[in-house]
Design a protein around this ligand. Structure first.
Ligand code: NAI
Length: 338
């Protein structure tokens, strides 16, 4: 039987490469590794790829797919798949799989790392002592116990956020089009409308997927409803929040702090030279500049899309990617999206 040619992007670690080589043996698979994300120029060298392994920084749109005429299968090492044009893959008969359950606790734990960093001013405190200063001026935080947390999206990750918030003895309000009765029963979660969540939460954490319907779910119109002095944490996708609204809310003191693992145009701001690219749409450029302004705000803690990045989760991701390839090669794809 002919070997299946697979191109694997953003594989940077030796152990990962070895595990993939071991579980996708050379007798059946021809593996080609790249530590980089996909780009119009490097995809040219992969025109014979029948399958791809990618991560969130690889944008698979119509132009990319045109460069991959042999492609039959894509597996993304992520839960989110908004970096793949699913309408286009569907039209071309390309199967797409994701990693649905690698680390629900992992991302929820990172959300709480951001919440605690904000509520106890950990970054400012650590910076101060690093400078040899030990006074407490301006470092008073607030307790989580007894406060209300608003959880938007109670899927796999949101459910773990519910569980952790219960440990802190917080009151839990949630918004999700598909409420889970078991969370109401076990953790006393109260499902209410989004506006009610916004106007009652001391801490808001977002765990909804990004799509056309959730684009700017938090925006100029409804961010005004948030309690003065509340904090907002986003570990889901940048596009859920209108960046300009976030800046205004932070600067006016409506929000006491924001913790973001994701930014609206993070792909652009991670490559500064692209900021001057003439190809960039004006709107994207404007958002990227607002992202830069956010980075400079003292009350904004921003991590570089790192919420998934625990030892345990990365191992689970690699294992699921291998299973996705094996299942697809046998003609029975699993974890299919779109
Ligand atoms: P999931 O699919 O299990 O849960 C999403 C939940 O959001 C579902 O309960 C769904 O009903 C709900 N939802 C859908 N539309 C909504 C809306 N308009 N308002 C409120 N809730 C809505 O997904 P999971 O595993 O919990 O992941 C959530 C998101 O977290 C992913 O879509 C992904 O973008 C992001 N993520 C970020 C990571 C990071 O490293 N920062 C890592 C993994 C996931």
């Amino acid at each position: 039987m002919a070997k299946i040619t697979i191109s694997l992007f953003e594989v940077k670690e030796k152990w990962q490469k070895e595990l993939l080589q071991q579980r996708l043996p050379a007798a059946s698979f021809s593996l080609r590794f790249s530590p980089h994300k996909t780009s119009p120029s490097n995809l040219r060298q992969h025109s014979d790829a029948q399958a791809l392994s990618i991560f969130i920084h690889c944008r698979i749109d119509k132009a990319a797919l045109t460069r991959l005429p042999q492609l039959k299968f894509i597996t993304t090492n992520s839960t989110g798949f908004d970096h793949i044009d699913l309408a286009e893959t569907r039209q071309r008969g390309i199967v797409v799989s994701n990693v649905p359950y690698y680390g629900e606790n992992t991302v929820a734990e990172h959300a709480f790392a951001l919440i605690l960093a904000l509520s106890r001013k950990i970054v400012q405190s650590a910076n101060r002592t690093r400078q040899g200063r030990f006074n407490l001026k301006g470092l008073r935080g607030f307790d989580l116990k007894g406060k209300t947390i608003g959880i938007v999206g109670t899927g796999h990750i949101g459910e773990h956020a519910v569980r952790i918030a219960t440990g802190f003895e917080m009151k839990i309000l949630a918004y999700d089009p598909f409420p889970k009765p078991e969370l109401m029963k076990r953790y006393h979660v109260r499902y209410v409308g989004l506006e009610k969540v916004l106007s009652n939460a001391d801490v808001l954490t977002l765990h909804a997927p990004y799509n056309k319907k959730t684009h700017h779910l938090i925006n100029r119109g409804n961010i005004r409803l948030m309690k003065p002095g509340s904090i907002l944490v986003n570990t889901a996708r940048g596009g859920l929040v209108e960046t300009a609204a976030l800046l205004v809310a932070l600067r006016s003191g409506r929000l006491a702090g924001v913790g973001l693992d994701v930014l609206e145009e993070e792909g652009i701001i991670s490559e500064d030279k692209k900021l001057i690219s003439s190809y960039l749409e004006r709107e994207k450029l404007s958002v990227a500049l607002q992202d830069h302004q956010l980075l400079a705000e003292e009350n904004a803690i921003i991590t570089p899309h790192n919420a998934f990045n625990s030892q345990e989760a990365v191992l689970r991701i690699t294992q699921t990617t291998i299973e996705n390839f094996q299942a697809w090669a046998k003609g029975k794809p699993i974890n299919v999206v779109g």
